[in-house]
Design a protein. Structure first.
Length: 245
């Protein structure tokens, strides 16, 4: 079997808590919106505004299915539609929505990394090519993680996301490596494990809460509960592959 040459990482809930960073970003964005549009603060708290936006989000994706992976566009447009329900004209709503989105994205890129994140990425990057594959709108360059990841693939840019094969195949093509020479690591059994395996990659399930594996049709190559266990897991996977060759 070929050696592992490429390691791909999911971002949200693999390198940081999505809930934690998103809640802070939502809080800061709502605070700014309340200053810019007092009528919104009169009608909504943060959570009820989220629900109102979610209804608009669902309407937008029902009418335009191609927007499914365009989470930034959906966030801006859904808020603009809510604003238009409160007597903002379209231009005013879009301008304010864009300002609020920029605030949200500023805080979106201030995650608290899980323990050992950067030391693990630094260690792996000395031996392997690293790539980030995400369905979210966090940018590894904006986070300063491009010193480890030489490629960042987002569902927004590609127009399709995990668990479809395209993000993985696009990454393999970029690095000119075969699927059996690549490994994907992530927390989501469907998006990260099943998706990567459909494209032929090896997989490591990141399972920090030690949840039981519930899928009967497939399973990850290996499992870790801490990021600093990944280098040893990769070596173990490599040894297993060499034994089979």
């Amino acid at each position: 079997m070929p050696d592992i040459k490429l390691i791909c990482f999911d971002l949200d809930d693999t390198l940081w808590s999505t809930k934690q960073v998103m809640m802070e970003a939502e809080k800061q964005a709502f605070a700014l919106l309340s200053q810019r549009a007092s009528i919104i603060a009169e009608h909504y708290d943060m959570m009820s505004l989220f629900q109102a936006r979610l209804k608009k989000w669902k309407l937008l994706t029902a009418d335009q299915p191609q927007l499914k992976y365009q989470v930034s566009q959906l966030r801006r447009q859904s808020l603009a539609l809510v604003l238009q329900d409160h007597d903002f004209n379209q231009a005013e709503a879009e301008q304010l929505s864009d300002e609020i989105f920029q605030c949200f994205m500023h805080w979106r890129h201030k995650p608290v990394y899980f323990e050992h994140t950067e030391e693990t990425l630094a260690q792996l990057s000395e031996q392997y090519q690293l790539a980030a594959i995400t369905n979210g709108n966090a940018c590894s360059k904006r986070l300063g993680l491009d010193k480890y990841f030489t490629l960042h693939i987002s569902a927004e840019d590609l127009g399709v996301g995990k668990p479809e094969r395209e993000p993985f195949e696009h990454t393999l093509k970029h690095f000119n490596v075969k699927a059996e020479e690549a490994l994907h690591i992530g927390d989501n059994p469907s998006d990260d494990v099943w998706g990567a395996q459909q494209a032929g990659l090896h997989t490591i399930w990141y399972n920090p809460k030690n949840k039981p594996w519930e899928e009967s049709e497939y399973t990850a190559s290996l499992e870790v509960d801490q990021l600093n266990k990944i280098p040893a897991a990769v070596e173990r996977l490599q040894a297993n592959l060499q034994m089979k060759s």
